[in-house]
Design a protein around this ligand. Structure first.
Ligand SMILES: [Zn+2]
Length: 428
């Protein structure tokens, strides 16, 4: 046996009821998950009751823009539109070498954080397709340790930006995995709907999934999600379509949403909210009360819709912070959506693990015999504790090999009369 992780708590474990288990990995796959395995591993890790989860999955990211913060200047208004304009200023100066270097650096951060699968949108509006070629190269290089899925994203509008559809088709021919879109950024609502129809038909023809930036605004009448559902239904794309952001749903009329949620469910359209970015970019035109802007996550989950949380941005024209930590994303999502019940907090953890994996269509994901030997050992007792602590990734495992380790932090106190170390964990 290549690797055995001893005494692991699993995400669905209930403290006091379930015994910890040993996870046995051989030949890159999990071969057993059971208590007290007698076999010996070539390498062994003692989790000592800590949570061992499947790796984090980011369902929405922009790896072509990441780590470009401050180039050529910072976003002064903090709005989505200034971010898009700023990215437009940066584009002519991009080089393939710099794109690859920044993306690889981000992938290192991701692996260290136990984030082993990322769906990244790639801007295809630059006819040179520099970013597309760079990220296809990055995908090839990181493949041994990270699944990078690429979305052809017409950032400046499929119809609004000259040649965008041709560029998108060329990007797909080069090996991009998913068809993207941005209907709310087209010139008119009608153009937005037309872009959805064209892109969904193209995806159906190519047998590809669809993931569109959809209704990323505070405009309650931005209803492109309805069209996206309609096209998914018409073309039989159920289970292969995701609407990213969907922030306008925050501002929509409740009666309209009571019809929209069942439509999303019926059409098999998943939702990807991006809590850090939505709470930062939306509501910028409001005075007070100021809208939160994130889509209706608890209501979607209750309606049976698959919902993931994405990171979206790290140190780029739209967002100046972030470090590839999906627990920080889950933490923000939980707060913005007020998902504070026990089940809701656990659902926030699912939104950066299993739900995101389902949207990406990852094969062999999970902690069960037959799954890939991929996992993250967290310095926490359960998913809620992991979110609370943004827990240290004690070990990150990919295909049975340890690819990152971080020591558990213990603060040394220097208090009069109370010397010692502090451990913020609570073993429940
Ligand atoms: Zn995005």
């Amino acid at each position: 046996m290549d690797l055995i992780i001893r005494r692991a708590a699993l995400t669905h474990h209930v403290a006091g009821r379930d015994a910890p288990v040993d996870i046995v990995i051989d030949g890159g796959r999990i071969v057993a998950v059971e208590p007290n395995v007698a076999a010996k591993g070539a390498q062994e890790i003692d989790a000592a009751g800590a949570l061992v989860a499947p790796p984090f999955v980011d369902a929405h990211f922009h790896m072509d823009a990441t780590l470009s913060y401050g180039l050529p200047r910072v976003n002064a208004s903090g709005t989505l539109l200034e971010g898009i304009a700023l990215w437009g200023e940066l584009k002519p100066d991009l080089t393939q070498e710099a794109l690859i270097e920044r993306a690889l650096q981000y992938c290192d951060w991701a692996v260290a954080r136990g984030l082993l699968a990322i769906r990244s949108h790639v801007d295809v509006c630059d006819p040179r397709l520099l970013a597309v070629e760079a990220l296809i190269e990055v995908k090839r290089r990181v493949a041994p340790y990270l699944d990078l899925q690429l979305v052809a994203f017409p950032q400046d509008g499929l119809l609004r930006s000259p040649g965008a559809f041709e560029n998108l088709k060329r990007a797909v021919a080069l090996g991009i995995d998913v068809v993207g879109g941005i209907p709310h950024f087209e010139r008119t609502m009608a153009d937005g709907a037309e872009s959805i129809r064209l892109l969904c038909e193209f995806a159906a023809e190519k047998g590809l999934p669809v993931d569109m930036h959809c209704d990323e605004s505070d405009d309650p009448l931005s209803r492109h999600i309805e069209t996206l559902c309609g096209e998914a239904h018409r073309l039989g794309l159920a289970g292969r379509v995701a609407g990213s952001h969907l922030t306008s749903m925050h501002s929509m009329d409740n009666y309209y949403v009571s019809k929209l949620l069942p439509l999303m469910r019926e059409s098999g359209v998943a939702a990807i909210a991006n809590p850090l970015i939505n709470i930062t970019l939306q509501g910028r035109a409001d005075t007070y009360p100021k809208r939160r802007g994130m889509t209706r996550v608890p209501e979607m989950l209750a309606a049976g819709i698959t919902v993931a949380f994405g990171h979206d941005c790290v140190m780029d024209p739209w967002y100046s912070l972030g470090s590839g930590d999906m627990l920080e994303v889950a933490h923000m999502g939980l707060h913005v959506a007020q998902m504070t019940g026990v089940e809701a907090m656990r659902a926030s953890f699912d939104a950066v693990t299993v739900n995101a994996a389902r949207i990406l269509g990852l094969e062999g994901y999970g902690i069960a015999p037959g799954c890939h030997g991929d996992c993250v050992v967290l310095d926490a007792s359960d998913p809620i504790d992991a979110i609370r602590l943004r827990a240290t990734r004690l070990a990150v495992v990919r295909r049975g090999k340890v690819v990152a380790r971080t020591p558990a932090p213990h603060a040394a106190l220097a208090l009069e009369g109370r010397p010692g170390t502090v451990d913020f964990k609570l073993r429940r």
